[in-house]
Ligand binder design. Structure first.
Ligand code: ADP
Length: 547
C-alpha cells in the first residue's frame, strides 16, 4: 500500500525561496574579489538568482546542460549556484587549484556550455581556452568598471547581464532525482572523476548537516564557510544556511589569518568551517597579534586530520568548541562528525581530546563498516583497522560517464580508500589512506598518527610520514618536518619527543627537515610527490640491516 502523503519533490530552489520568504532580511555578506565588502539579503539573492536563470536561458542553456564556475565564495557565485540548479541546469564547481590541463580535461569531460569566472581566474582560463570544445560563453563575475582586458572570446560582464535580465522567472518543478551539481575528485592519481549530485541527495544531505549534533545551524547563527564552494560544495553550508535562515558570510579570495579573523569579528560569526591549513594560519595570527575570538562558538575542521594541539588551542585558549569532521566529494561530503555524546563533556581533558581527535561518528543516513582485504567485516573494537566502506542516500552510485566502472561492493558499499578503526561508541578514526599506510614486517603503521604526534611539538609547523623501502622490514617510516618560522629542533629532539607517544616499533627510522611540503589542490599532503622526491633515499637503519 502506498502512503497517502504529498509527493512534493525536494528541490534546491526551495532552499533559497524559503529563506527569501521567512528570513528575507537576513544578510549575505561577501568579501569581493575586487576588494570591498558586499552586503544584501536573502530576498535580494533570490531575486538575482531568478535573473541568472533568465540570463542562462538567454544564452541558450537547455534543461540538463552543465554550467561551469571558477569562483571563490561570494554572493555572485551563490546566485549562479541557485540560478543553475534551480532552473534544472547542472552547476559544475571547478577547483581552480588543479593543473590547467586537468581543468581543461574536466571542462571538456563535463561538457560545460558556459563558464562563470572570477577575475582572479581569467588569466588561468586564457591559458587553455582554445582547448575547450563545448564552451559557448565566458562570463566574468564582475561589473563593467572592473572588466579586464582578456583574450577570452566575447567575454561577457556578469553584472550587466544580471541588470538587463528580467526577474520574472518561476522556479520549475521536476523530478527530485534530476542532476543538480557536479564536482570532480582531485585525482591525485589518474584523471579526476565526476561526482554528480541530485536535488534529492543534496536536500537530504543538507538537512542532516544542519542537525544539532552536526553543524547545528539555526536562524540566530552567522556562518562563515572558509572551505570553498569548489571543494565538495563548501561542505553544504551555502545550502544549509538559507534552509536555517542563518546569516551567510563569504570570504572571497582572502583566506589568510588576518582576513578570516576580520570577518569573524566584524560580522559576528558563530560557526565556521575549513581544512586544518586555514586554522593553522588563523591560530598563528591570533597568537602573534594577541587577539581573542569574541563571537565564534563552533569550528568545524575536516578534509585532513585535525591535530590534537589545534583542537586543544581552540577550546582551551579561545573558548571555541571544535567539531572534527570527515567526508569526501563522493559523500556530498559529510560522513562523520565528532560531536561528543552524553557524559563525555565531563571526562578528563586528555580522554575527551582522545575522542575529539577521532574523525567522529556516523550521522543518521550513513552506514559505515570496516573490512579486511577479502571484504570480511572487522570488529568495532577501536583496535582493528581496515578498509572503510560507506553506504547512504547522498553517496555516489557511480562516477560521471561510468569512469572507474562499478564502484560498489555486492552490498552497495563504496570503498572510501581510507583505512580506519571503529570503536564501540561508534567513533571512527582514520589511520591512513590505503595507499599511504606503511607496511613494516607485515604490520601496518599509521602515517597520520605519526604526523599528528610530530606536530604536537611546539617547533613543528607541519609533518609528513612516508614509507621508505627497507631490506629487512619491507618499509619503515621516514618523518619529514617543516619547522615553525624562527624555531629550531634537531633530529634527536624530534625523536625524543615521540617517545611514549607512539608504539615503540612505529618510531621513524629517520627525520629530515624541509622548507615546505607539497599539497594537493584541496590542501592535503601530496604523498605521491613526496614518495617521488624521496625514492632514492636510504634510511640509516637500512645500511645496518644490510651489513
Ligand atoms: P580530494 O581527493 O578532492 O581532496 P576529498 O576532499 O573528497 O577530495 O577528500 C576526501 C578524503 O580526505 C577522505 O577520503 C580522507 O582521506 C581525507 N579526509 C577528509 N576528512 C578527513 C579528516 N577529518 N581526517 C583525515 N582525513 C580526512
Amino acid at each position: 500500500m502506498r502512503g497517502l502523503m504529498q509527493e512534493r519533490p525536494l528541490l534546491i530552489s526551495s532552499f533559497l525561496t524559503f529563506a527569501a520568504t521567512y528570513h528575507q532580511d537576513r544578510e549575505i555578506v561577501s568579501r569581493l574579489v575586487e576588494g570591498s565588502l558586499h552586503r544584501y539579503t536573502y530576498a535580494q539573492a533570490e531575486e538575482r538568482a531568478r535573473r541568472v536563470a533568465n540570463v542562462l536561458k538567454g544564452l541558450g542553456a537547455k534543461f540538463g546542460d552543465v554550467i561551469g564556475t571558477l569562483a571563490w565564495n561570494t554572493h555572485r557565485h551563490l546566485e549562479v549556484w541557485y540560478g543553475t540548479s534551480g532552473s534544472g541546469l547542472v552547476c559544475h564547481t571547478i577547483n581552480p587549484r588543479l593543473f590547467p590541463e586537468q581543468i581543461a580535461y574536466i571542462v571538456n569531460h563535463a561538457d560545460d556550455k558556459v563558464l562563470f569566472i572570477d577575475l582572479t581566474f581569467v588569466p588561468l582560463v586564457e591559458k587553455f581556452a582554445d582547448k575547450l570544445k563545448g564552451v559557448r560563453h565566458f562570463v566574468i563575475l564582475t561589473d563593467r568598471a572592473h572588466m579586464p582586458q582578456t583574450s577570452l572570446p566575447d567575454a561577457l560582464c556578469y553584472e550587466e547581464l544580471v541588470a538587463q535580465a528580467s526577474p520574472n522567472f518561476a522556479w520549475p518543478d521536476f523530478d527530485e532525482n534530476t542532476a543538480s551539481s557536479l564536482c570532480y575528485t582531485s585525482g591525485t592519481t589518474g584523471n579526476p572523476k565526476g561526482v554528480l549530485y541530485s536535488h534529492r541527495s543534496t536536500a537530504i544531505h543538507s538537512m542532516v548537516a544542519n542537525n544539532a549534533d552536526a553543524f547545528g545551524l539555526r536562524s540566530v547563527d552567522a556562518v562563515l564557510p572558509v572551505v570553498p564552494m569548489f571543494h565538495a560544495n563548501a561542505w553544504s553550508i551555502p545550502y544549509g544556511a538559507p534552509m536555517a535562515g542563518a546569516k551567510l558570510v563569504m570570504p572571497g579570495a582572502a583566506l589568510d589569518g588576518a582576513s578570516v579573523y576580520n570577518l569573524l569579528e566584524t560580522e559576528g560569526v558563530t560557526m565556521t568551517a575549513a581544512v586544518p591549513t586555514i586554522w593553522l594560519m588563523l591560530l598563528q595570527y591570533l597568537e602573534k597579534e594577541e587577539k581573542t575570538l569574541s563571537t565564534l562558538k563552533r569550528v568545524v575542521i575536516g578534509g585532513s586530520a585535525a591535530p590534537r594541539s589545534m583542537i586543544d588551542t581552540f577550546q582551551e585558549k579561545y573558548g571555541v568548541s571544535v567539531c572534527h569532521a570527515w567526508g569526501m566529494t563522493e559523500m556530498s561530503p559529510l560522513g562523520t562528525l565528532g560531536t561528543l555524546k552524553a557524559g563525555m563533556d565531563t571526562w578528563p581533558k586528555e580522554k575527551r581530546l582522545d575522542v575529539q581527535c577521532k574523525q567522529g561518528r556516523a550521522v543518521f543516513g550513513v552506514d559505515l563498516k570496516i573490512t579486511d582485504d577479502d571484504g570480511k567485516e572487522l570488529p568495532r573494537d577501536g583496535k582493528a583497522f581496515g578498509h572503510l566502506m560507506v553506504r547512504g542516500p547522498w553517496i555516489a552510485n557511480a562516477y560521471l560517464k561510468g569512469e572507474g566502472g562499478n564502484i560498489l561492493d555486492e552490498n552497495g558499499y563504496f570503498d572510501t580508500g581510507d583505512v580506519a578503526t571503529l570503536d564501540p561508541e561508534g567513533f571512527m578514526q582514520i589511520t591512513d589512506r590505503a595507499k599511504d599506510v606503511i607496511k613494516s614486517g607485515g604490520e601496518w603503521i599509521s602515517s597520520i598518527d605519526l604526523e599528528n604526534a610530530a606536530v604536537g611539538h611546539p617547533s613543528v609547523a607541519e609533518a609528513a610520514v612516508i614509507g621508505i623501502v627497507h631490506p629487512k622490514w619491507d618499509e619503515r617510516p621516514l618523518l619529514i618536518v617543516v619547522r615553525k618560522a624562527g624555531k629550531d629542533i634537531s633530529r634527536e629532539e624530534m625523536l625524543d619527543f615521540l617517545v611514549g607517544k607512539i608504539a615503540k616499533w612505529w618510531m621513524p627510522d629517520d627525520v629530515v627537515f624541509v622548507d615546505e611540503l607539497p599539497h594537493t589542490a584541496t590542501g592535503k599532503l601530496l604523498k605521491t610527490k613526496l614518495r617521488e622526491d624521496f625514492k632514492d633515499y636510504t634510511l640509516p637503519t637500512a645500511q645496518t640491516a644490510a651489513e
